[in-house]
Every structure is written in structure tokens, then in C-alpha cells.
Design a protein around this ligand. Structure first.
Ligand code: FA5
Length: 348
């Protein structure tokens, strides 16, 4: 019996030494020392021995079992150390190497321009409102006096959403006027900025562009207020107090009268030529730049949202933001804004 114990011990120690993974050691532990293991078989057969042998052999068996248990734990520890050593070898790092500087991005020129506008308008008491890019025909056209058969719809040919009835990518920020007035009583003094979409594409027209809508409604709001606001805002945008504005009659179905707002060219200051006498290319020598659509809110639009058009009047305007950024930063093609060429973006 003693030799059986010794044999089992040396056999287990031999295989244990060769075990090279945690799982293999675990398998050996179960095979030899587990509840149904080979050692238990030996313990069971002790009962057939004489009392004297039971004592001596039993003692040997217990000692050997303890010895093997210790050997198993030692092997686990050895394997773990080896594994840690391997990780340390593979994954070492030199803490003295200078760190890598993360690339810090910045806001896109158009987003920055929008932030600046928000500040300019906030100083005049305008709050910021918003509306969805995907708009219903009801808000984008009908409520703005542009029914389905109106020719003004042709000027804003746009993208209709398949499978969503009467839904378009908004062609203008003007629907925010309606949404805001429907949920607020006058006085109203808001701007709304965001993406707008049309079926357009050339150097000064892109399928996606940005607009800023302005709306002020109260008792006694007049054209004089519109002129003052537009002039002040344009002087602030171009950081030039000598900028002048002019208002030319035009047509938008949701304002009456409607007009185009021009401002003096920030390069030639209205002269048509720059200081050395060369013709101004930005304004094509005319001295003026077309900047916005505007007008007094049509009484029908006020009635559409439940306002009393006898009591309240208002003005509205819509600025094309991309064009303004092009003028301010002398950028010659709209495409540059959306191509994501970092050489362009990092300049601003
Ligand atoms: C409008 O969109 C009216 N909603 C503006 C308005 C608001 C009038 C409130 C009256 C009262 P218009 O279609 O002219 O108007 O567009 C306004 C500006 O958007 C243009 O002056 C132009 O700067 C810009 N714009 C229009 N289409 C494009 C385009 N495809 N790409 C870039 N900018 C564009």
C-alpha cells in the first residue's frame, strides 16, 4: 500500500511539473485529489488493513495528500507568475517617452458664424427658436400662404420624403415662424437658424445650405424697425459701422410688402472699385450685395396662427448664412464648406 501511495505521488508530481496551463493543473487536481480521484480510492482501501497499518499508512496517505495539495498550489502560482512575466515583457511601456498630443478640433466656420449671430441678436433681445429639418408641407408652404398650386413652390424645388405623406426637407427656415407663433402669444422676437435644402447646385447654390430667420411681432412694429434691425445686424456681422442698407421691392407670399435687402459691399464700401482703382469683383462693381429676403408679416399669416392682424404687425427676414460667410471670409465656392478638406477648415 505504501508503495502504491509513493507511486501515485511520484506520478502526479511528474505530470504536474509538465502541466503548462491553469486548466491542465485543474484537471490533474481533480484526477488525483478530487472527490472521485485516485487518492480517494487509496483512502477507501485503508479499511481493509490491520489497525497498526491503518495508523502508519493512513498517516503517510494524509501527509502525501497534503504535500500534493501544496504542490498543486505551487504550480498554479508558478504558472501565474510566468503569465505575468510574459505580459510584462510584451506590454511594457516607457513612462519617460513624451506623450502624444491629441488633435484638438474646432467648430466649423459656419457653426462659429451662427454662434456669433446668436450673440448679436441676443443683445437686441431676440430669443433662439428651432424647428425640424424634415418639415410638413403644411408648415413649410401652406401656412406661409404658398398653397400647392402656387408658383412660388417652383422657386423652392425640394426633396420630398418617400413613404411619408406631405413631408419635405425644409426649403427655408420660415416654417419656424409658424411653429413659434402657434405656441406663443405676442410679443414675439426670435431668430431661428439651421439647415435648409433645395434642388440646387452651383458655385453659390448648394443642395444643403443654412438660413437665419428673424421674426418680430408686436403692436406697432413697422418697416422702420425692420430697417434698424437689419442695418445694425449687418454692421455687426461685417464689423463695419459704415455699412448701409437698401430695401428693394420683391415678392414672398408670406410678407406684404416683401423686399430684398442689400448692403453696401464690405470690400469696396459701395464704390464699385477698390482703393487702387481696380474693379471690385465681389459686388461686380455695383457697390451693393443682395443679403436677405424680408418684409412685413402678411396679415393672413398672422390670422393663420390665431393672431389678431388688426392689433399686431410684424416683420420677418431670411438670411442665407453660407453666402454671408463667403462674403465675410472671401470664400469663392460653396463646396469648400462641405468637402471637409482640413487644409481649408483649419484656416478659420
Ligand atoms: C427665402 O428663403 C425666404 N424664406 C426668406 C424670407 C424670410 C423672406 C422671411 C421674407 C421673410 P430666398 O429663397 O431668397 O428666400 O432665400 C434666402 C437666401 O437663402 C438667399 O438670399 C440665399 O442667400 C440663400 N439661398 C437660397 N438658395 C440657396 C442655395 N441653394 N444655396 C445657398 N444659399 C441659398
Amino acid at each position: 500500500m505504501k508503495s502504491k501511495i509513493e507511486k501515485l505521488k511520484s506520478e502526479m508530481l511528474t505530470v504536474l511539473k509538465k502541466a503548462d496551463s491553469h486548466d491542465t493543473v485543474r484537471d490533474l487536481e481533480i484526477k488525483y485529489l478530487g472527490r472521485k480521484g485516485l487518492f480517494v480510492d487509496i483512502m477507501k482501501s485503508l479499511k481493509d488493513l490491520s489497525d497498526e497499518d491503518k495508523r502508519t499508512v493512513g498517516k503517510l496517505a494524509n501527509e502525501t495528500k497534503t504535500e500534493l495539495e501544496v504542490a498543486v498550489q505551487k504550480r498554479y502560482a508558478e504558472l501565474e507568475m510566468a503569465e505575468l512575466g510574459e505580459i510584462a515583457e510584451k506590454e511594457w511601456l516607457d513612462v519617460t517617452v513624451p506623450g502624444k498630443k491629441p488633435l484638438i478640433g474646432h467648430r466649423h466656420l459656419i457653426s462659429k458664424f451662427m454662434d456669433d449671430l446668436e450673440v448679436i441678436f441676443a443683445k437686441m433681445g431676440f430669443a433662439v427658436a428651432g424647428g425640424p429639418d424634415i418639415e410638413t408641407e403644411h408648415y413649410c408652404f401652406n401656412q406661409l400662404n404658398i398653397p400647392p398650386d402656387h408658383p412660388a413652390r417652383d422657386m423652392q424645388d425640394t426633396f420630398w420624403i418617400k413613404n411619408l405623406k406631405d413631408t419635405v426637407l425644409r426649403t427655408q427656415t420660415s416654417p419656424v415662424q409658424i411653429r413659434y407663433m402657434e405656441s406663443h402669444e405676442p410679443p414675439v422676437r426670435i431668430i431661428a437658424m439651421g439647415r435648409t435644402f433645395r434642388k440646387d447646385s452651383d458655385a453659390t447654390h448648394s443642395p444643403m445650405f443654412h438660413q437665419l430667420e428673424g421674426l418680430m411681432v408686436d403692436e406697432n412694429v413697422s418697416m422702420a424697425n425692420l430697417k434698424a434691425v437689419m442695418t445694425h445686424v449687418l454692421q455687426q456681422i461685417f464689423e463695419d459701422p459704415s455699412i448701409k442698407t437698401r430695401f428693394r421691392i420683391s415678392y414672398f407670399p408670406f410678407v406684404e410688402p416683401g423686399m430684398e435687402v442689400d448692403c453696401t459691399c464690405p470690400i469696396c464700401h459701395g464704390d464699385g472699385k477698390i482703393s487702387d482703382g481696380t474693379p471690385c469683383r465681389l459686388c461686380k462693381q455695383c457697390g451693393w450685395l443682395e443679403i436677405a429676403g424680408a418684409g412685413m408679416v402678411h396679415p393672413q399669416v398672422l390670422e393663420n396662427v390665431g393672431y389678431d392682424s388688426k392689433k399686431y404687425t410684424g416683420f420677418a427676414f431670411g438670411l442665407g448664412l453660407d453666402r454671408m460667410v463667403m462674403i465675410k471670409y472671401r470664400i469663392n465656392h460653396l463646396r469648400l464648406f462641405f468637402e471637409n478638406d482640413l487644409r481649408f477648415i483649419r484656416q478659420f
